[in-house]
Design a protein around this ligand. Structure first.
Ligand SMILES: [Ca+2]
Ligand SMILES: [Ca+2]
Length: 92
C-alpha cells in the first residue's frame, strides 16, 4: 500500500490550480469534491481532516493520528507511514 502511494506521488507531479485540492497521492480534484462523502482522491485524502494538532502525527495519506500511535506496531495510518521511521526511536 505505501509503495503504491509513493508511485502515485511520482506519477502525479502536476501542480493543482487554485480551484483544486491536491490529494495526498498527488491527484488534483475540484475543491467541491472535498468532504462530500466520496473517495474522489482514491486514497481517501479528500475526506480526512488535514489540520493535525501538535499532539498528532500527520500520515503520508493525510490522516491525523495521536502521536502515541506512532511506532506502536499497528498500522494506524492505514498506509503504514506511522511505522516506517520507527528505527530512529529504537535504542537496541
Ligand atoms: Ca470527496
Ligand atoms: Ca501505529
Amino acid at each position: 500500500m505505501s509503495r503504491c502511494v509513493i508511485i502515485s506521488i511520482i506519477h502525479y507531479l502536476d501542480a493543482c490550480t487554485s480551484e483544486q485540492f491536491k490529494c495526498a497521492n498527488g491527484r488534483c480534484i475540484t475543491n467541491a469534491y472535498r468532504c462530500n462523502g466520496n473517495n474522489d482522491c482514491r486514497d481517501g485524502s479528500d475526506e480526512v481532516t488535514y489540520a493535525c494538532t501538535s499532539e498528532q502525527f500527520k500520515c503520508a495519506n493525510g490522516r491525523c493520528i495521536t502521536n502515541a500511535y506512532r511506532c506502536n506496531g499497528n498500522n494506524d495510518c492505514r498506509d503504514g507511514s506511522d511505522e516506517v521511521t520507527c528505527e530512529l526511536f529504537f535504542f537496541d
